[in-house]
Design a protein around this ligand. Structure first.
Ligand SMILES: O=P(O)(O)OC[C@H]1O[C@H](O[C@H]2O[C@H](CO)[C@@H](O)[C@H](O)[C@H]2O)[C@H](O)[C@@H](O)[C@@H]1O
Ligand SMILES: O=c1ccn([C@@H]2O[C@H](COP(=O)(O)OP(=O)(O)O)[C@@H](O)[C@H]2O)c(=O)[nH]1
Length: 469
């Protein structure tokens, strides 16, 4: 069996003495790496300051080698904060109004990808299979190909892929698309993302669909597909069941006696629709005064990408908004919104999800949204809560028994909260069971296996020649 080489911006290096893994993606990829042996390469998350040529540091854990590199201050600024998070992230989340195009950041992005390719190439063997994760590393295959690397290379995009009119607003869209065409398999979260990709290229006359998901563009043939990512469903359900004994979960449980709990869990990001959600919750309380004093809304929102101005501004905006709503609606013995910016470990989150009668997941746009899936997995089968889910999250393509909402419709979301809190047990059970059955089959191991099966069977670079003539 050929080795697997995973490349991603962040690398979940296991920490000594820490039993709980970082998340479903890490669990699945580490399992695949353990089976085949291989390397997980990426950014260490640290800066080397001014030092221009940081070297790879390796950490060996059984059959897995973690290969990490620092980046210079300039690289972090231009590649990560700059192009990845101020151009690709907003554009791919349909927010061209927030995209900041700068030549310096664009060239920094391509430079860092070249640097990753230079560091990776000497570690490769001819039959290794390479799997690149996410928008930070789109040009990596192109750089590897320039160096003569012929291995099978797959790419999975964790975020949405917008339609042509949005995608093409990005000045370097042609280099980004050409970069994708250098892979052998390009995977998206949903059929909608895939259709947007194919539609954009066909409309612009730079791509052509072939049979079986194959696609022709930039003088290459590659496979495309939708591979919805998921969670380690059974394990997560077990965490939630066990979490009743956790001290923090017990404290939370005793603080909501006689109250219904509504929960929201999101990285602090404009794509997650948190201000719009707070508005909807406020509207719900104002329209349903009987719930005043009887419902608590816990919003867990760890800070993220604080160096990017839009994120920094949002931190202030949200704190003010939660404070204002609490000031206006709160009473001596009731706080309507419990707002936390500290992050919570997943096994504890599992317990908090289980306490909540309603899971509020209302992004304006989201690649998948694993919180939605975790909320379902964490429920008590005898008394499950209700998931309110934005139709613009990738998860909505699968979790069709959730209460699907449009996050731009404040009143619609407010009504959904009222409906969820009063939903009869039988309906809750029926909706939950359908979603849980789906997630037990379509878990993160299945996601990983499906992608790997396709990647190991696509024709290798050079074997397409006949098809191209
Ligand atoms: O690494 P950060 O800049 O701190 O950001 C954290 C991650 O955010 C994004 O997550 C996405 O992937 C999820 C799993 O596929 C998906 O459910 C979610 O909808 C996406 O937003 C990003 O894509 C990751 O690369 C980041 O590490
Ligand atoms: O305090 C927190 C908040 C979130 N998460 C985890 O972060 C992930 C968020 O993934 P999602 O796909 O919902 O969104 P992303 O942040 O990747 O855009 C989920 O596994 C959450 O359990 C966590 O461990 N602690």
């Amino acid at each position: 069996m050929s080795r697997l080489i995973v490349v991603s911006n962040r690398v979940p290096v296991p920490e000594k003495g820490k039993a709980a893994p970082a998340g479903g993606l890490a669990v699945a990829l580490q399992a695949a790496l353990k089976e085949r042996g291989g390397i997980w390469m990426g950014w260490s998350g640290k800066s080397s300051g001014e030092e221009e040529t940081p070297q790879i540091k390796t950490i060996i854990d059984g059959k897995i080698t973690y290969a990490l590199t620092d980046l210079t201050d300039r690289d972090v600024e231009e590649y990560y904060h700059g192009f990845a998070n101020r151009v690709l992230w907003p554009t791919f989340h349909y927010r061209i109004d927030l995209a900041e195009y700068g030549r310096k950041e664009m060239s920094g992005y391509f430079r860092v990808n070249r640097f990753f390719a230079q560091r990776l190439a000497p570690l490769l063997k001819p039959d290794d299979v390479i799997w690149v994760q996410d928008y930070h590393l789109i040009p990596l295959a192109s750089e590897l190909r320039k160096m003569g690397i012929k291995n099978r290379i797959g790419f999975f995009l964790h975020i949405p892929l917008p339609p042509a009119d949005v995608l093409l607003a990005m000045p370097v869209y042609d280099q980004i698309i050409e970069g994708l065409a250098q892979y052998d398999l390009v995977g998206f979260q949903t059929d909608y993302d895939l259709a947007n990709f194919v539609g954009a290229l066909v409309r612009e006359g730079i791509g052509e669909t072939l049979e079986d998901g194959y696609f022709k563009s930039h003088n290459r043939i590659f496979k495309t597909g939708a591979y919805p990512i998921s969670i380690e469903t059974a394990a997560f359900a077990a965490y939630a069941k066990r979490a009743v004994n956790n001290a923090m979960v017990k404290k939370a449980a005793s603080s909501i006696i006689g109250h219904d709990l509504v929960i929201g869990v999101d990285r602090l990001d404009y794509s997650k629709g948190i201000p719009q959600r707070l508005d909807a919750y406020e509207r719900f309380i104002l329209a349903n005064p009987a719930y005043q004093g009887n419902v608590s809304y816990l919003q867990v929102t760890p800070k993220s990408r604080s160096e990017v101005p839009e994120y920094e501004a949002m931190q202030r905006q949200l704190a003010e908004q939660a404070g204002r709503v609490n000031g206006e609606l709160g009473t001596v013995d009731w706080v309507p919104i419990r707002y936390m910016t500290r992050s919570v470990a997943r096994p504890i989150l599992a317990g908090l999800y289980r306490l909540a009668k309603v899971g509020l997941v209302t992004p304006m746009r989201d690649g998948m949204n694993l919180v939605a899936k975790e909320y379902i997995a964490a429920q008590d089968p005898d008394d499950p809560g209700v998931l309110i889910l934005s139709r613009f999250a990738g998860a909505a393509r699968e979790l069709k028994s959730a209460l699907l909402v449009n996050p731009y419709d404040t009143e619609g979301v407010a009504n959904a909260i009222a409906r969820a809190l009063s939903m009869p047990l039988e309906e809750r059970k029926e909706r939950w069971q359908k979603m849980m059955d789906h997630l037990l089959v379509h878990d993160v191991t299945e996601w990983c296996n499906n992608f790997m099966d396709d990647l190991t069977h696509v024709p290798q670079e050079g074997d397409h020649a006949a098809l191209l003539t």
